[in-house]
Design a protein around this ligand. Sequence first.
Ligand SMILES: N[C@@H](CCC(=O)N[C@@H](CS)C(=O)NCC(=O)O)C(=O)O
Length: 220
Amino acid sequence: MIRLHHVPFSRSFRVLWLLEELGLDFEVVPYDIRDGSLRGAFQELSPAGRVPALEIGGQVLFESGAIHEYLCETYSEAGLGRDPGTPQRARYLEALHFAETMAGCIEQLNIQHVFLRDPTQASPTVIKLVTARLAGTLRAMERMLEGQEYLLADGFSAADTMMGFNLFAAPYYVHLDAYPGLMAYRGRISARPAYSRARARDGEQTFYTRDFYPVPASGP
Ligand SMILES: N[C@@H](CCC(=O)N[C@@H](CS)C(=O)NCC(=O)O)C(=O)O
C-alpha cells in the first residue's frame, strides 16, 4: 500500500507526479492547507505539519526530495534516478536540491501575498527582494536547460518532477514569458501522459485568487 498525503498544487504534487511516472498504484489523501488539518494527528506522519508525507512499505517519509531519492532507488528499473558513479549523478543531485532553493522563494512570496491573515503586515521590501531572488533561480534553471530537453542531458528524470512543479507556481510572481527556454520546457513536461494523470488527481488549489501578484509599487 502506498498512500500520499497531499495538498492540491503544493510540493506534494511533485510526488504525485513521480508516482504516476513510475506507474505505481497509490491512494491520495487530500488536505486543505488552511483548515488546521496539517496540525495535530497529522504531525505523527510529518512532524513539521508539511506535505508531502508518503506511507510506503510500513514506514512514513516526509520531504519531497528524500521521497524522490527513495522511490527512484526502490523502483530503480524505471530509470528515473541517477546512480552514484554515473555521469549525470552530480547534476541530478544538484537539481533535486536546487528545487528547494526556488521553492523557498515561492513559499516566502506565498506567505507575503496569500497567507498572511492581515495583508497590511506584508513587507514590500521583502516582496521585492524575494521576487528578485526567485527570478535569479529561474534564470539559473533556464541556463541548466540550455541545449537539452530536460534538466539532465541524458533525458527525463526525477529532477524534472522535483523542479518542474515550481514552474507552475512561480508564474504567480514572475512572468515566465521572459524565459523562453522555461516556457518550452514547461510545455514538454505538461505534455507527458503521467503529468496529465497526476493533474487529474491533484485537486483544485484554493489559495491563489489572482493570476499574478506584482511587487507592490511602494517598495524601495
Ligand atoms: N522541504 C519540504 C517542504 C514541504 C512544505 O513546506 N510543504 C508545504 C506545502 S508546499 C506545506 O505543507 N505547508 C504547510 C504549512 O506550512 O503549514 C519538502 O520539500 O517536502
